[in-house]
Ligand binder design. Structure first.
Ligand SMILES: [Zn+2]
Length: 300
């Protein structure tokens, strides 16, 4: 791959919610902290534009109108401007929904899949167990787990491109250590998927390798801020109920911190880190603040 043909990453802010800071980083203030929902738009030289997650969407507001889903909407206030959905921001760049060939779904929490129905022709890349861990849940337990079935396309499984790391893994470049194996999505080394367990079962992360060798690591909710990586600090224990395994979450966070120390040039991109948003998204590309509607709330 030449530099000209390299993958290129853009981050889009697609809505945000607010959480008390002490929940995210221990020993911090009770003041609310902004949690952007960051969507990665990956420009691939031969596969076209690809999304990593889809962020919030007005569909979230519809899905959380009835009970018990409304409880989900009460946990944390969210803001989503209908003019700033992932699809709207793509169209502003001249990209149509049908141009999106693949959507990598890190996991099935509502703030990552609320825009999925906007991309009816895309292949959907996710780990089977990420979906299976939610599907058996009824509405009450699903809502408590941050899963809203109404947000999923009816033909989701027929469009799935499900990587099986146990049989398709390839060796990653040494600078990805301590992550040694991943799924090479297109066989060109540009996007390598790894499982980052702990937040939910089967959560995917993605290494993006540009032709000049620079690396981005999209980690979704494996950590909520880059500061938590730098400080190797877990979220407050009251968040335990949000994780499939708080212990595994800590192990994964430790591996990401090891990676960041060994390869300082790598750019770690959590899905909800406001510092990353401020660094990577020019203010001109961030939509106006919209007052949350009374039922516009969500969890991370
Ligand atoms: Zn999540």
């Amino acid at each position: 791959m030449t530099n000209q043909e390299s993958v290129r990453l853009e981050l889009l802010e697609v809505g945000h919610c607010m959480h008390p800071e002490h929940v995210v980083l221990q020993n911090r203030r009770f003041a609310p902290l902004r949690f952007p929902a960051l969507v990665a738009l990956i420009h691939h030289p031969t596969r076209g534009p690809i999304l990593f997650d889809t962020g919030y969407s007005p569909r979230f507001l519809h899905a959380t109108r009835p009970f018990p889903e409304r409880f989900y909407a009460w946990v944390t206030p969210i803001t989503i401007d209908p003019a700033r959905t992932a699809l709207a921001q793509l169209e502003a760049r001249g990209i149509r929904a049908s141009d999106i060939t693949h959507v990598i779904v890190s996991h099935f929490h509502a703030d990552h899949v609320a825009g999925l129905c906007d991309f009816p022709r895309a292949r959907l890349v996710y780990l089977e167990r990420a979906l299976r861990s939610f599907l058996p849940l009824g509405r009450i337990r699903g809502t408590a787990a941050g899963f809203l079935r109404a947000l999923l396309p009816e033909d989701l499984e027929s469009r799935a491109l499900v990587p099986r790391p146990e049989c398709e893994s390839v060796r990653l470049p040494p600078e990805c250590a301590p992550f040694h194996y991943g799924v090479d999505l297109f066989g060109d080394g540009s996007i390598s998927l790894v499982e980052l367990p702990g937040h939910v079962e089967g959560q995917l992360g993605a290494f993006l390798r540009a032709a000049d060798g620079s690396l981005d690591f999209l980690v979704a909710d494996a950590c909520w801020t880059t500061e938590s990586v730098r400080r190797r600090q877990l979220p407050h224990p009251i968040t335990r109920a949000l994780f499939s395994s708080y212990g595994l979450y800590g192990t994964t966070l430790g591996r990401i911190a090891d990676l960041a120390e060994r390869t300082p040039s790598i750019r770690i991109v959590p899905a909800h880190c406001d510092a990353v948003r401020r660094l990577r998204i020019p203010s001109a590309h961030v939509g106006p603040t919209v007052t949350p509607s009374s039922d516009a709330r969500a969890i991370v």
